[in-house]
Design a binder for this molecule. Structure first.
Ligand code: NDP
Ligand code: PYC
Length: 339
């Protein structure tokens, strides 16, 4: 793609565009702000599948009437180390923000805490949330089912969602250690971006409706995606279905897809977020042991390997200094959402 095929934008312009689109399509102001923070973060960190492209997905989901546009999340304190946030049919972002202070307070009080978010609409990457937890000096784990698009290892029919797992570890004086990936070979958004660009997908991402390997993005979207790491990704994806589905009284990916009834909207259901305070195990010795973790990171980077999120943090610095460049075709599609 040449520079002519791209449109340069500052991060403030990206935020203004996101606000304008979401407001035009009826989302209440507090949700507009929370969703915009996530969209801008995705674009800023060059996570194309979960940046401004997601506005198209959000608008489709809003138009289909799947989102309660003015939902007020309800935080319920259900046990010393547990809380639930009922998103009441709204996007997940505001529900997460509503529950975060209690999650942090409970983790600091008890050493560990878990937050179940229920009845939300989920379209987003999870790293903004685990980063928000690590900002309080806590270790974080988050996961959510999505829609049943992914076949189990050894099968050919979709059962699992793309079911991301994100983990965060606070690091003194540095960005946290964070990974965040789908348990499918790749996020569905990445295959959608290949389809939009008319590009083939690598082998191993999907199979067609007959269960045959395919490099055709549209065929894989119509058939089934594959898990990463064969049976290992399949088992992790099952775990996400269980602990962010039935365990918290919410939907599996198959149930979410059934609710969708062919509208092509974002998944509905729950999310589980865990927070662990190192001081819970270690008391005053926490700092000393957290410092030991730095040797582990040094042993990774010291041999030329990179840490997950390193690319993202470097992109963040670039975007904050120079803004971002959006593919022109995507920019045109976003402008059309304002007509
Ligand atoms: P990727 O396969 O691109 O991998 C993501 C993770 O792996 C990132 O932490 C990334 O760091 C790291 N990584 C990539 N390459 C390397 C490398 N060479 N060395 C070390 N680390 C590396 O992501 P996915 O396509 O699986 O997922 C993308 C996003 O989609 C996620 O943020 C996820 O939350 C989101 N998603 C959301 C869903 C939902 O239902 N809400 C469903 C599925 C996915 P870096 O970013 O620095 O490259
Ligand atoms: O890219 O797989 C995905 C996805 C599903 C829900 C949000 N993102």
């Amino acid at each position: 793609m040449t520079e002519d095929d791209r449109v340069a934008m500052t991060l403030d312009e990206v935020a203004a565009l996101s606000r304008a689109i979401l407001t035009k399509h009826g989302l209440a102001p507090d949700h507009v702000e929370a969703v915009t923070r996530t969209i801008v973060a995705g674009e800023r960190d060059e996570c194309a599948s979960h940046g401004v492209y997601r506005l198209i997905v959000c608008v489709n989901t809003l138009k289909k009437g799947v989102v309660v546009t003015d939902a007020v999340p309800q935080v319920q304190d259900c046990a010393p180390a547990l809380l639930r946030v009922d998103a009441r049919g709204g996007f997940a972002q505001l529900a997460f923000e509503a529950g975060l202070p209690q999650l942090v307070a409970k983790a600091k009080r008890n050493g560990i805490a878990a937050m179940g978010i229920n009845h939300c609409v989920h379209f987003a990457a999870l790293w903004p949330e685990v980063e928000a937890v690590t900002a309080h000096g806590l270790v974080a784990l988050a996961c959510t089912p999505s829609h049943a698009w992914v076949a189990p290892a050894g099968g050919i029919r979709p059962v699992f969602g793309t079911n991301p797992i994100a983990f965060g570890w606070p690091r003194p004086g540095a960005h946290p250690f964070v990974f965040d990936f789908a348990t499918s070979a790749v996020a569905r958004g990445e295959i959608e971006l290949h389809r939009r660009a008319g590009k083939p997908i690598p082998e191993g991402w999907g199979i067609d409706a007959e269960g045959q390997p395919t490099t055709d993005a549209a065929a894989a979207l119509a058939g089934a995606m594959l898990t990463f790491g064969g049976h290992k990704g399949s088992a992790l994806s099952t775990m996400v279905e269980l602990i962010a589905g039935p365990l918290i009284g919410d939907l599996t990916s198959a149930e979410s897809l059934a609710v969708d009834a062919g509208t092509g909207s974002s998944p509905v259901g729950g999310e589980l977020v865990l927070a662990i305070d190192p001081a819970g195990f270690l008391g005053d010795a926490a700092g000393e042991h957290i410092a030991r973790a730095e040797a582990l990171f040094a042993n990774i980077t010291g041999q030329g390997a990179r840490l997950p999120s390193q690319r993202r943090f470097e992109a963040r610095l670039r975007s904050e200094a120079n803004g971002v460049r959006i593919p022109r075709a995507l920019h045109d599609d976003l402008q059309a959402l304002l007509d």
